[in-house]
Design a protein around this ligand. Structure first.
Ligand code: CO
Length: 299
């Protein structure tokens, strides 16, 4: 663990948001937690979706060929398998415990399809904004297999998988991201208490995806499954599991404080740049999508 003075400023729970059910892609049922009226964004985070179903009809349609420009999509799978392909020639299979950090930059066309016909599909997609200076950078994929994500002990009764950022002397495998994100998957046994250092000026949230977790010492600040807690600024997060075991995402990123113009899969700084993105995509300037064969529906 990083050495954090015991009197350092702890992050308070600022407010709690519940996701709302929606559908996206070709009809995948999911819960949108960031990017909905209760939390339009949390700079630099534009969207957080959780998909969790063991009913194949909820996910089978997947996310066929679609574009992105101007930001990053981060997919973290807890259960199931997803096949991705894009027009840059990248192909991959996401399995349980793996993460894919895709920097769309100036433009990418990809597909994200469940590779299973039954069983549980469970995971998250987070959208991370890019600074204006990087919005037209070259597209980039970082595919991280489960065994490349270090899991560290936080005492005898808590563990964290470090996907991005640094915890103690462990740095996660996702590197070179403009907003210097921290992305942790934390597991607390009942009774556990941990203090997690976070960059003090980063915006941060926790999302409890199993059990219950308490922020700080106030009993009223207990979050249950499906609660996203927006955190105030500070040097560390004190989180505990006094009444039930908990699993939660802890995510932080450097705010960009730049204007945001959003239209579907395009996130730029001005409406004119959105118009340009639409024109570029329609004119084929994102490049051809070459993965039709393996993702096309059976015919
Ligand atoms: Co996508």
């Amino acid at each position: 663990m990083n050495t954090v003075p015991t009197n350092s400023h702890a992050r308070e729970l600022a407010h709690v948001v519940r996701g709302r059910p929606t559908a996206d892609g070709a009809g995948v049922k999911l819960t949108r937690i960031i990017g909905q009226p209760a939390l339009e964004m949390l700079d630099p985070f534009l969207l957080l979706d959780e998909f969790r179903s063991d009913t194949a009809a909820d996910y089978l349609a997947g996310f066929p060929e679609h574009p992105h420009r101007g930001f990053e999509t981060v997919t973290y799978l807890l259960a199931g398998r997803m096949r991705h392909g894009d027009n840059q020639g990248n192909r991959g299979l996401l399995s349980a415990g793996s993460v894919q950090w895709m920097t769309a930059g100036r433009g990418i066309v990809h597909s994200e399809m469940p590779e299973q016909e039954n069983g549980l599909l469970w995971g998250f997609q987070l959208w991370v904004n890019l600074p204006a200076a990087d919005k037209m950078t070259a597209p980039r994929y970082q595919d991280i297999a489960p065994e490349r994500i270090p899991e560290i002990e936080l005492g005898a009764d808590a563990r964290a998988r470090v996907i991005a950022g640094t915890l103690g002397d462990v740095t996660g495998p996702v590197q070179g991201i403009a907003t210097e994100p921290v992305y942790l998957d934390v597991r607390l046994d009942i009774g556990a208490t941990v203090a997690l250092p976070l960059p003090p000026a980063h915006n941060a949230f926790v999302y409890v995806y199993q059990g219950k977790a308490r922020i700080g010492a106030t009993p009223a600040h207990e979050l249950v499954r499906g609660d996203l807690g927006v955190l105030g600024l500070g040097e560390r997060l004190a989180v505990s599991a006094p009444t039930a075991a908990a699993r939660l995402l802890v995510v932080a990123g450097k705010p960009l404080n730049e204007p945001v113009a959003k239209y579907g899969p395009f996130v730029m700084n001005t409406p004119a740049e959105i118009t340009q993105a639409i024109e570029d995509y329609r004119a084929g300037r994102f490049g051809e999508f070459a993965a039709r064969g393996e993702n096309a529906p059976a015919r």
